[in-house]
Ligand binder design. Structure first.
Ligand SMILES: O=P(O)(O)OP(=O)(O)OP(=O)(O)OC[C@H]1O[C@@H](n2cnc3c(O)ncnc32)[C@H](O)[C@@H]1O
Length: 169
């Protein structure tokens, strides 16, 4: 089975490889079709779906996987969370799922609310370079207990459910 993951970010490829461990996983950097910093569940989910479809079309793949990081609030609450959505498609059937949500510290949430992208803000605060391609905000917020790869693996395996369980058919 050939699987494309619609990103050049190595943590997204690693998370996908963990889920589809007997498949060949190829990274296909594609456009998300949403803003650089998606806001809200709808925009973040749409980014994951767009990436899944775009990378499936890039070559002859059996499945396309799209993963998108975003920030979102929950109904009636003020705090801002890092969220992550994944989508899996074979071009006909779809699976969608989320990973864990992590509340952003207020100073970081304020900067993202003011229009900055989370990745650069995290690098600035942590004094790192490309943390989004390494342990990620999840790793930083949990003292390494939950890496971005771990978190995205949860999102991808959740999205893969319709391809793993025939109750969805
Ligand atoms: O190369 P792509 O696939 O675009 O990967 P990305 O990590 O840059 O992009 P996302 O669209 O998944 O995330 C949107 C923004 O949120 C940031 N972001 C998301 N999750 C993060 C995390 O765990 N740690 C740091 N930044 C994160 C990311 O760096 C972007 O600035």
């Amino acid at each position: 089975m050939r699987i494309a993951v619609g990103s050049g970010n190595p943590v997204k490829r690693d998370a996908t490889e963990r889920v589809f461990d007997s498949a060949a996983v190829v990274a296909e950097p594609v456009s998300s079709g949403v803003s650089e910093q998606p806001t809200g569940h709808d925009e973040t989910r749409t980014g994951a779906e767009n990436r899944a479809l775009a990378c499936l079309d890039a070559d002859a793949y059996d499945l396309g996987v799209g993963i998108e990081g975003g920030v979102a609030r929950f109904a009636g609450r003020d705090d801002l969370f890092l969220v992550m959505w994944a989508a899996v498609t074979d071009g006909t059937r779809w699976g969608r799922g989320t990973g864990p949500s992590l509340r952003l510290p207020e100073t970081i949430a304020d900067r993202v609310d003011a229009g900055e992208e989370l990745g650069p803000v995290m690098d600035d605060v942590l004094g790192t370079n490309d943390v989004a391609k390494k342990q990620g905000a999840a790793g930083a917020f949990t003292a390494g207990r939950l890496s971005r790869t771990d978190a995205l693996e949860s999102a991808v395996v959740s999205a893969a459910a319709p391809f793993l369980c025939d109750l969805y058919d």
